[in-house]
Design a protein around this ligand. Sequence first.
Ligand SMILES: *[C@@H]1O[C@H](CO)[C@@H](O)[C@H](O)[C@H]1NC(C)=O
Ligand SMILES: *[C@@H]1O[C@H](CO)[C@@H](O)[C@H](O)[C@H]1NC(C)=O
Ligand SMILES: *[C@@H]1O[C@H](CO)[C@@H](O)[C@H](O)[C@H]1NC(C)=O
Ligand SMILES: *[C@@H]1O[C@H](CO)[C@@H](O)[C@H](O)[C@H]1NC(C)=O
Ligand SMILES: *[C@@H]1O[C@H](CO)[C@@H](O)[C@H](O)[C@H]1NC(C)=O
Ligand SMILES: *[C@@H]1O[C@H](CO)[C@@H](O)[C@H](O)[C@H]1NC(C)=O
Ligand SMILES: *[C@@H]1O[C@H](CO)[C@@H](O)[C@H](O)[C@H]1NC(C)=O
Ligand SMILES: *[C@@H]1O[C@H](CO)[C@@H](O)[C@H](O)[C@H]1NC(C)=O
Ligand SMILES: *[C@@H]1O[C@H](CO)[C@@H](O)[C@H](O)[C@H]1NC(C)=O
Ligand SMILES: *[C@@H]1O[C@H](CO)[C@@H](O)[C@H](O)[C@H]1NC(C)=O
Length: 459
Amino acid sequence: MAFTSFTYRLVVIWATILTCHVAINNSELSTTQLEKEALLNSSWWSKSSMTNNTSDHCKWVGITCNSAGAITKINLYNYEILGELGQFNFFYFPNLEFLDLGWNNLSGRIPSQIGILSNLRILYLDGNDLTGVIPSQIGALSKLTTLYLDRNYLTGVIPSQIGALSKLTTLSLDRNYLTGAIPSKIWSLRNLDYLYLNKNNFTGPVSSLLVKLTDLFLNSNKLNGSIPDELTRLTQLEVVDLSDNKLSGHIPSGIKSYIELKSLNLSYNNLSGSIPLNIGGESLSQLDLSNNNLSGAIPDSFFSLEYLDLSYNNLEGPIPLHLQYLKPRLKGNKELAYTMVVTEKCDVYSFGVVALEVLMGRHPEEIISLSSSDQNVMLIDVLDSRLSPPVNRIVKQEIMLVSIIAFACLRSKPKSRPTMKRVSQEFLKQKTSFAKSFGKIYISELRNQEMYLFDEYDA
Ligand SMILES: *[C@@H]1O[C@H](CO)[C@@H](O)[C@H](O)[C@H]1NC(C)=O
Ligand SMILES: *[C@@H]1O[C@H](CO)[C@@H](O)[C@H](O)[C@H]1NC(C)=O
Ligand SMILES: *[C@@H]1O[C@H](CO)[C@@H](O)[C@H](O)[C@H]1NC(C)=O
Ligand SMILES: *[C@@H]1O[C@H](CO)[C@@H](O)[C@H](O)[C@H]1NC(C)=O
Ligand SMILES: *[C@@H]1O[C@H](CO)[C@@H](O)[C@H](O)[C@H]1NC(C)=O
Ligand SMILES: *[C@@H]1O[C@H](CO)[C@@H](O)[C@H](O)[C@H]1NC(C)=O
Ligand SMILES: *[C@@H]1O[C@H](CO)[C@@H](O)[C@H](O)[C@H]1NC(C)=O
Ligand SMILES: *[C@@H]1O[C@H](CO)[C@@H](O)[C@H](O)[C@H]1NC(C)=O
Ligand SMILES: *[C@@H]1O[C@H](CO)[C@@H](O)[C@H](O)[C@H]1NC(C)=O
Ligand SMILES: *[C@@H]1O[C@H](CO)[C@@H](O)[C@H](O)[C@H]1NC(C)=O
């Protein structure tokens, strides 16, 4: 339960007292009359364009009332209202469920009286000029599911009482001037789908999370420590941005369990070690690991990537073939085994050239121009000699597969080359039927493979 500490209980008690106080203080006047007066007192509805020239405040701009005539919803999103948020007297709106004052010019502090809105489910105060701290009384809004306080000038720490908002699904505090550690209670808000704490000055560790989060934005803070292994238990994550912090240590290898993950940004940290195999799984389309201290080889495992930035690390070795068409950013690494030449067009011929260049570590013109009478050039002899020779059986098989396909792509008659679609299918199948020992294969044998002569749909 969220209310296990005295701090939370005090907030609840405080809210109860205020509610009673208002009820007693105003027992002679009708609630709806007071609501109307409080609306007018805020000065936001002082213009006739806001009141529609009617005395029934339920018909005023942005106001929704229930059947009893009490205000349940106020929506003044982007209404150019000016002044202090404190002009709005929260005491008189106990039935309010929805309050959107986002994208206005409200200044001043968030009044602690906001804690009295015990029926509030949705609160938007984003995009204003609010200053001061987030009042701890916000923890009394126990029905809150959605809280947007982003893009203000809020300072101080996140009150730990936010941990009492157990129904919260979206918490957005980004682009403020908040400091201190992220309260541990936030990591146990089990219903949270979206967490945006980016662009503040939070320090301390990223904690474990047990929630069903889909979006996690903690970027551009000063968070340190390592990325917790527990983070990999959040299997519903789709977008993770931890970039521009001071995180160190390794990327947890369990990160492959992110089956839904589409975008992962860990750039501008101090991460070291190697890139885990199968990082992010099959749905990953954007990966930015640039500006860290990652070392080792680039894993041969990303398949649906559309954007890849690995620049400014300590990576080495070849770039896996199927990543070449992405034009990955790789500047600032150790010298990679070859220079990348990737053409804009996804044509099979340049694919063949690039594929052979990757294997050979140089432009393959000498091999391409070999006449069919040069029978004695062996595959093993044209491979990049700067790399240690392949020993693993699967690696050898893949080299053969790539070579066979590459030579098919380089056939002199364009019509006898496979289509790019066929090439990708063959890669995905990963099947070679080459029985001969790797060290004894001649280039001429690879060239004469009939299997990729025609696209299967053309046949
Ligand atoms: C309660 O009523 C008194 C006057 O009777 C008034 O001065 C005070 O502002 C009221 N308090 C609230 C919270 O409405
Ligand atoms: C509105 O403002 C007047 C004058 O400041 C004050 O007397 C009155 O109590 C206020 N009413 C409400 C409902 O806030
Ligand atoms: C509202 O009333 C004012 C005068 O009080 C008038 O000038 C204006 O045109 C009216 N607007 C509408 C929409 O009736
Ligand atoms: C009141 O006026 C605003 C615009 O001035 C309009 O959007 C709103 O629908 C009007 N409300 C009613 C109840 O006519
Ligand atoms: C309201 O805020 C916007 C955006 O910050 C700004 O461009 C505009 O000038 C402000 N309006 C007033 C009246 O202060
Ligand atoms: C973070 O703190 C630094 C000083 O340590 C300050 O210059 C910067 O403006 C702060 N940024 C934010 C978003 O609070
Ligand atoms: C994180 O930074 C704080 C100081 O800001 C330091 O005390 C702490 O040891 C650091 N933690 C790690 C794991 O580096
Ligand atoms: C990753 O984060 C960095 C720093 O926050 C940013 O500059 C970069 O554009 C992001 N990468 C992607 C692919 O969005
Ligand atoms: C980066 O991490 C290494 C340990 O992996 C540490 O020795 C070094 O001080 C860190 N650098 C920065 C700038 O935090
Ligand atoms: C990067 O890691 C290497 C060890 O792998 C270490 O020697 C070096 O200091 C690290 N660089 C930075 C900037 O942390």
